[in-house]
Design a protein around this ligand. Structure first.
Ligand code: ADP
Ligand code: ADP
Length: 232
């Protein structure tokens, strides 16, 4: 579902070029919940943002659902990005829009009629358990509720891939668990492939099938967490 071939990122900084991500090869299967773990500054966010080309790789090719994103025109890329949802640590909701309007915003570019949009928004709010918060503004929502609305918005165009950048790092333990369990439910119900960046091993343990370990921009290990433990 996601394939990175030789993907790297060099930032130009005041102190000269800085390699944030060394050339990476990575293959993520459809339906996986795939983690990327590493300490702060390891390059996790950069790597994640290269999957939907929010960050342009310095080298390499990015494939999502069989399509090479790195070869698309800006117009084709806008279209392809509809099948890639994204959520963030700080939720990134519009504070001047209600919960329902935040979700509906993602549908503005879609071909759905007004009525179909309304119906889709209602279904999505139901999916994340917040139908009763439709007309509430983000400032009146808890952190966990904000992230649920952000998840609903990210799913509005029924993406095949959901990118999650530290989705629970601003949340307490109990809220973290419930948001992770919502992500798992979405993964199982719609076979949405999830790529999740975190610095917390507990998050990986709780939800990921596989995990890649990133250190100083280098992908040092990929572990399959569903393998049975080796007996000695
Ligand atoms: P992580 O998500 O693992 O904390 P990031 O991908 O955010 O790591 O950053 C990796 C490295 O790249 C860090 O050293 C960071 O300071 C640097 N970096 C990130 N974005 C930029 C940028 N736009 N310009 C220059 N350096 C950057
Ligand atoms: P329909 O097109 O008749 O709504 P679907 O089988 O496409 O039927 O969807 C059934 C339900 O699943 C709907 O509530 C829809 O919102 C939800 N759904 C389907 N695919 C996704 C997806 N990728 N992300 C979020 N919700 C989805």
């Amino acid at each position: 579902m996601i394939k990175l071939e030789n993907v790297s990122k060099i930032y130009q900084t005041a102190n000269g070029p800085f390699q944030a991500v060394a050339p990476v090869h990575l293959s993520i299967e459809k339906g996986d919940i795939f983690g990327i773990i590493g300490s702060s500054g390891a390059g996790k966010s950069t790597l994640l943002r290269m999957v939907n080309l929010l960050e342009r790789p310095t080298s390499g090719k990015v494939f999502v659902d069989g399509q090479e994103l790195t070869s698309l025109s800006p117009k084709e890329l806008r279209l392809a990005r509809r099948s890639i949802g994204m959520i963030f640590q700080q939720f990134h909701l519009f504070s001047n829009r209600t919960a329902a309007e935040n979700v509906e915003f993602a549908l503005e570019i879609s071909k759905l009629s007004k009525m179909e949009r309304r119906k889709r928004v209602k279904e999505l709010l139901h999916l994340v358990g917040l139908e009763d918060k439709a007309s509430v503004y983000p400032s009146q929502l808890s952190g966990g509720q904000k992230q649920r609305i952000a998840i609903a918005r990210a799913l509005a165009n029924r993406p095949k891939v959901l990118l999650c950048d530290e989705p629970t790092s601003a949340l307490d333990l109990q809220t973290t668990r419930s948001v992770l369990s919502l992500l798992r439910k979405i993964n199982q119900a719609y076979q949405v492939t999830i790529l999740l960046v975190t610095h917390e091993i507990e998050v990986v343990r709780e939800i990921c099938d596989k995990v890649a370990v990133l250190e100083n921009g280098h992908l040092v290990e990929v572990l399959n967490l569903s393998d049975p433990p080796v007996s000695v």
